[in-house]
Design a protein around this ligand. Structure first.
Ligand code: MLT
Length: 286
């Protein structure tokens, strides 16, 4: 029996995850994975744009949004195990994945280790490289700052790098919404995720093994995972499509949702597949 709607709770990999699941049972499935330190709410616009033709699932990565943290140290591998456990619990054998930044790191690791579970990938504002020594150092400084000054300062410092220049004047509400997601994440979870990101392994050496259709999306003003990282993945993933989103920074789906959605919908129209899933719908709020 399938639950559908927003903010549904499910047990997967021994913790409670929060997810939203909308769209028809017999539509192709797409699962969205958010970046750090955000929540599934960052995909609200894509959920609305896609749910008429797709079964759209967004979920809060462990320690983010309304999902529990558990007691284990965070790693990208643990996040992948959570994703696979979520798919198992929802009886989804195969899906298209769309991950942004940290969500892309999770998607790349997931396809490397579970290639049979995915039929297409959208990799947005992400990269296959591991953290350089300088990047690790920056994360350690961020951890110190969070311990000393709290999450609010971390949120304000981070926000400066997430958006295209114009958005600071034109998208104040969107930026306030992202700030809200960050400050609603506990300092403990942010620190555990910073450690997971700093110890993640590279996936560049496995790009040639990816056999499914891949869309690579990059904001032309992304300062965190810059366009060169997207070009590198494009050159190394056979048959991949690269789409540069204009007037968009690291959160390209929020900076320029229309262009982002157009590119994603075009890709899904060609590549998303209907998979057999079991069960009837049940609305938990009904
Ligand atoms: C993200 O948006 O997920 C982060 O910027 C990723 C990172 O810090 O490497």
């Amino acid at each position: 029996m399938r639950n559908f709607g927003k903010n549904i709770k499910i047990t997967a990999n021994n913790i409670t995850l929060s997810y939203s699941d909308e769209g028809a049972d017999n539509s192709p499935v797409i699962i969205f994975i958010h970046g750090f330190p955000f929540s599934k709410e960052m995909w609200n616009n894509q959920m609305e744009a896609l749910k008429e033709n797709y079964r759209v699932i967004t979920y809060d990565v462990r320690g983010h949004g309304n999902s529990w943290s558990g007691t284990d140290d965070f790693t990208i591998e643990l996040f992948v195990n959570d994703l696979i456990a979520l798919m198992d619990a929802l009886q989804i054998n195969k899906t298209t994945l769309c991950g942004l930044s940290m969500g892309g790191y999770i998607a790349l690791n997931a396809i490397e280790n579970h290639p049979e579970r995915f039929d297409a990938l959208a990799l947005c504002d992400t990269s296959c490289v591991a953290d350089s020594p300088e990047a690790k150092e920056k994360r350690m400084k961020a951890i110190e700052s969070i311990r000393e000054n709290g999450v609010e300062k971390f949120a304000d410092d981070s926000l400066k790098n997430f958006f295209a220049q114009d958005s600071f004047a034109t998208k104040k509400e969107v930026i306030a919404g992202v700030r809200e997601m960050i400050v609603n994440t506990t300092d403990k979870s942010i620190i555990k995720t910073l450690l997971a990101l700093s110890t993640r392994t590279e996936t560049c050496s496995k790009l040639a093994e990816i056999k499914v259709p891949v869309l690579i999306i990059i904001g032309d003003e992304d300062k965190i995972t810059p366009p060169e990282a997207a070009h590198f993945m494009h050159e190394n993933i056979n048959g991949s499509v690269l789409s540069v989103i204009e007037n968009a920074g690291h959160l390209s789906n929020l900076d320029n949702p229309n262009q982002f959605n157009d590119q994603l919908i075009k890709f899904l129209g060609k590549n998303a597949r209907i998979q057999k899933t079991e069960g009837k719908r049940k609305n938990p709020e009904a």
